[in-house]
Design a protein around this ligand. Structure first.
Ligand SMILES: C[S@@+](CC[C@H](N)C(=O)[O-])C[C@H]1O[C@@H](n2cnc3c(N)ncnc32)[C@H](O)[C@@H]1O
Length: 183
């Protein structure tokens, strides 16, 4: 699943759930909303609570208190990332994540105690991030709520932001295929 949509996105409701939220999100993001779509379409599936991107049956969502993210918090990834930006017991740099994506790196750093501003320019991903952050802020896991409180999402192109004000920033390069698709 690519990190930014390579093709138009169609919003569909979760089968069996009210389509109202899907319709409202489609209007907000100015995307078409259909009851059903072809299996080759890139879908933003929106239910009454959950939402995810889906392409050919592969689902991707942003959920900061999922088992996978909780595993990531404890795994070596946070150590490596933390070391890369100079996190220490008494040093928690402010971070600007210029390539927000699914927010995983940003969450790991916020969980390590850093204040993280993440910027994402693709509206669908931005919306998923905002949804995930608001769910994380009421998570039943206290560390997830705490980390969510340190995360701030910004929209648009990072290059237009005053990221120089941050002491550290991270930039996860897009894959070659993603770069080729960029406008
Ligand atoms: C490789 S992903 C980042 C992965 C992310 N760090 C994570 O942990 O999920 C790249 C993302 O950066 C976004 N992006 C790339 N260049 C950007 C820019 N100049 N401003 C804002 N977002 C950008 C893309 O839209 C894409 O969603």
């Amino acid at each position: 699943m690519p990190h930014f949509p390579p093709q138009p996105v169609t919003v569909v409701p979760v089968p069996g759930e009210s389509p109202k939220r899907a319709q409202s999100v489609a209007a907000q993001l100015m995307l078409p909303c259909r009851d059903q779509a072809g299996s080759a379409d890139l879908l933003l599936v929106v239910g009454e609570v959950e939402a995810w991107l889906e392409l050919e049956g592969v689902k991707v969502n942003v959920q900061f208190d999922s088992a996978a993210m909780r595993h990531r918090r404890k795994g070596g990834h946070n150590e490596l990332l933390g070391r890369a930006v100079g996190v220490k017991a008494d040093r928690k740099p402010s971070i600007f994540d210029a390539t927000g994506g699914m927010g995983r790196d940003a969450f790991v750093l916020a969980d390590l105690g850093c204040a993280v501003t993440l910027c994402e320019r693709v509206p669908v991903l931005l919306w998923l991030l905002q949804e995930a952050l608001s769910l994380a802020s009421v998570s039943r896991y206290e560390p997830v709520r705490d980390a969510a409180g340190r995360m701030h999402i910004r929209s648009g192109d990072s290059r237009c932001r005053l990221w120089r004000l941050a002491r550290s920033f991270i930039l996860t390069p897009c894959s070659r295929s993603e770069r080729r698709r960029q406008p």
